[in-house]
Design a protein around this ligand. Structure first.
Ligand code: SF4
Length: 240
């Protein structure tokens, strides 16, 4: 939305009132549920601040679909990392608790890739809402989240050979430096980033798993190998 402040709030409220045939609600940022939601508010009604949860409920009811953009919007992300004092939650969790049946489409990532978002919105405009079989268990479009990073990774041949980087800048697979690619579904190896300049693993940085619901708690510390994940041909810590 190009506007901000009152014009933006007015457009949002008018759209919800006038578009009886439905609209797509795009949400960016996680709803906060602690302190009566006052950690994050969006505009006011009279003197009263309106919480994100209240806005979400109000706008999601009449929407044809809710598209969540970014890891924290979809799953809570870094704001809901332990101990989560703000009570942050993913949008689908809040809508479920409020018994709002509007379909949700999750485009996670920290940040979400613009192509994944625009591609999803364009697909809705051209072909309608995705069919259930086109989304995975976490409501992510399989077109962008159907394959593991590890399946398409350009360092995969190093992994298969057992050649692992021991420090940043080394040639080799980044598994021992904390790569979460073997448990992370996303399109990064194909999409790349910044107008196809590069992507994390190509730049020598392990995949941090930012499109997975368990990010970041299960994946911390980011630069340490996952201890609870067995992989073929890789010994667990203590077994080497
Ligand atoms: Fe690529 Fe990471 Fe898999 Fe290694 S562990 S092949 S760096 S995705």
């Amino acid at each position: 939305m190009a506007g901000s402040g009152k014009p933006a709030i007015t457009i949002m409220e008018d759209t919800a009132k006038e578009k009886k045939e439905g609209y797509i609600l795009v949400v960016e940022g996680p709803p906060s549920t602690s302190a009566n939601g006052l950690f994050c508010t969006v505009g006011e009604k009279g003197e009263r601040r309106v919480t994100v949860v209240e806005r979400l409920v109000e706008l999601a009811k009449g929407a044809s679909a809710v598209v969540c953009i970014g890891q924290c919007t979809c799953f809570g992300g870094i704001p809901d990392a332990h101990p989560n004092p703000g009570g942050y939650k993913g949008v689908s969790e809040v809508l479920k608790a409020e018994r709002i049946p509007t379909p949700v489409i999750n485009i996670p990532g920290c940040p979400a890739h613009p192509d994944w978002f625009i591609g999803t919105v364009a697909s809705i405009l051209l072909y309608g809402l995705p069919k259930p079989e086109e989304l995975d268990d976490y409501l992510r479009p399989k077109a962008y989240f159907g394959k593991l990073v590890h399946e398409n990774c350009e360092r995969r041949s190093y992994f298969d050979e057992g050649k692992f980087a021991k420090k940043f800048g080394d040639e080799g697979c980044l598994w021992e430096l904390g790569c979460k690619g073997p448990v992370t579904y996303c399109h990064c190896p194909d999409s790349w980033w910044n107008s196809r300049s590069n992507w994390c693993v190509r730049a020598g940085n392990p995949c941090c798993g930012c499109t997975q619901p368990e990010f970041p708690d299960r994946f911390a510390p980011l630069y340490e190998r996952l201890l609870d994940q067995r992989l073929p041909n890789v010994a667990q810590k203590g077994e080497e």
